[in-house]
Design a protein around this ligand. Sequence first.
Ligand SMILES: CC(C)(COP(=O)(O)OP(=O)(O)OC[C@H]1O[C@@H](n2cnc3c(N)ncnc32)[C@H](O)[C@@H]1OP(=O)(O)O)[C@@H](O)C(=O)NCCC(=O)NCCS
Length: 178
Amino acid sequence: MSQITKIALSSPLVHLRPTEVADLPFVMDAEQHSDNAPYVNQWTIEQHKDAIASTNDGHFIAQTNNASGTARIGYLILTGLTDPHQVVLLRRIVVTAKGQGYGRQILQWAKQFTFEHLGYHRLWLDVIVSNQRAQALYLSEGFVIEGTLREAYKNEQSFEDMLILSLLRPEYLRTQRS
Ligand SMILES: CC(C)(COP(=O)(O)OP(=O)(O)OC[C@H]1O[C@@H](n2cnc3c(N)ncnc32)[C@H](O)[C@@H]1OP(=O)(O)O)[C@@H](O)C(=O)NCCC(=O)NCCS
């Protein structure tokens, strides 16, 4: 991911930068926190290190910048940066300071990164049906539900359906013009 430098966000609320190994305790804490663990896959620190080192993955820390300094408020993992089909998977998004608009800003940054910086064609993700908060965010950002993976996610009690959502470059560009 070394070629990725700063990509300007349309809003100054959140700044995204490549994750460093020194950030991984923050990432692991966020991933394993009981507010997030039910909704995101759990990786080992080695898996995160592999993603940081991979040219096909983008592993980013989201942080706020203000007068009192910077504070990490989440992370984002994208996969497919070298995909010949120009398809990026939004593999993981976690916000630790929820309900303050940061998740929307990070998602908008991911869209901008995929369609403007990379110039790619498709951004997609999956989400379990019980994750209403994330679904509301994705739908309000223009993502389209493509279908259901039946009982594809094992939670503590049972198996849960997952939705596949995507956004295509022409759809993104239309929203930028309006
Ligand atoms: C999903 C997540 C990334 C959203 O980030 P966030 O910073 O909390 O979200 P925002 O404050 O930007 O809110 C975005 C939208 O989410 C929805 N939302 C926020 N809080 C909500 C709640 N308590 N219930 C339902 N929807 C909610 C709203 O549509 C909101 O938009 P609005 O405020 O304009 O109405 C974050 O909550 C998170 O990390 N959740 C746990 C991990 C996770 O679920 N990751 C996604 C896996 S697919």
